[in-house]
Design a protein around this ligand. Sequence first.
Ligand code: CA
Length: 125
Amino acid sequence: MKVKTFAATIVLFAFFQAVQPNIAEDLGDVDAGSSSTENYSMSMDFDSSGQFDIGDITGLLYWMYRGGAAPDCSDAMDYNLNGRINIIDAVSGLRYLFMHTNSVPAMGAGCQVYADCEPADACHG
Ligand SMILES: [Ca+2]
């Protein structure tokens, strides 16, 4: 029993060591947003669902090439933060989501400050 508890503790410790930076970053940003005039949206969250997933990449591609609806926060869709939203941003998002070979979005994962965007409900719980 002690061995199992010890092993579980080690696993949990390793898990929290691995994810701690993201948790701290997200919590800090959300807290700061609720007490200021800054606008927050989730990076690469096309539809403000609160998650960055394949649906966001689909929406981005449909908007860019098929005349679909615009993203809720265009700035949040600029993965590499070069001032242009194009296929590179979509491909970077796909690599990040499915191949784990891309760095996080330039603005960071989770909710970030996007000054020109309306605050997304997904970032204010
Ligand atoms: Ca870009």
